[in-house]
Design a protein around this ligand. Structure first.
Ligand code: OGA
Ligand code: MN
Length: 220
């Protein structure tokens, strides 16, 4: 019942600005773009997963190249699996965003994958881009933040760097509930600065179908 009356998970009012920002600068940051009740529910779900030990230490690289590197990233993750109404609402909103990006920018995005991420105090994720070596699969990255309060000295900001000058920081985003970030996965360097508080987010990627010889590329 709740979903019938719930406001949209991602405010449709931001879409024109989001599309323009992706075209003009390759990234978009929207404060208050995500519904606050939904952020609250997703945050509770992530905390419950952490308590049930249902989070996996995150690695880098796919398949056989997958390795754990705490010196590179220190978060623990859980892939969204549509198990709760809150997850389905979030994923439905991303489906709408996918349709809008395809309509406005002809990106040919064909699927979306996302995981909860929990960064314990002291964790960070070094500067990186989201596309894996030799594969053009992740086209657009999204991050939704779930933390109800975030003090100025909490750390854990996401820093975004210029695609044409990876040393030049162009935005710094506090991981506050409601904030939604979107950027070009292959070209926009970004990092998660050391967090002093437990930090909750949902990182996700729109993918293009890069299948070869009938092999769906790639697995997670
Ligand atoms: C990632 C990532 C940013 C964040 O998971 O690739 O860059 O703020 N996450 O959680
Ligand atoms: Mn990333």
């Amino acid at each position: 019942m709740q979903a019938l009356h719930a406001p949209p998970a991602l405010s449709p009012a931001i879409l024109p600005e989001l599309v323009d920002a992706l075209v003009d600068q390759g990234w978009y940051v929207g404060e208050g773009a995500l519904d606050s009740t939904l952020c609250h529910e997703l945050h509770a779900e992530l905390r419950a997963l952490a308590e049930q030990d249902a989070l996996a230490v995150a690695g880098i690289g796919r398949g056989t190249e997958h390795t754990l590197r705490r010196d590179i990233r220190g978060d623990a993750i859980h892939w969204l699996d549509r198990e709760s109404l809150a997850q389905r609402r979030y994923l439905e909103a991303m489906g709408e965003l996918q349709r809008e990006l395809n309509r406005a920018l002809f990106l040919g995005l064909f699927e979306y994958e996302a995981h909860f991420a929990h960064y314990p105090p002291g964790a960070f994720y070094q500067k990186h881009v989201d596309s894996f070596r030799g594969r053009v699969n992740r086209v657009v990255s999204t991050v939704g933040y779930l933390n109800p309060d975030w003090p100025a000295d909490g750390g854990g900001e996401m820093a975004i760097f210029a695609a044409d000058d990876p040393q030049r920081e162009v935005a710094r985003v506090a991981p506050r509930a409601g904030t939604f970030v979107c950027f070009l996965a292959e070209t926009v360097p970004h990092e998660v600065r050391l967090t002093r508080l437990p930090r909750a987010s949902i990182a996700g990627w729109f993918r293009r179908n890069a299948s070869l010889d009938g092999r769906v590329d790639p697995a997670r």
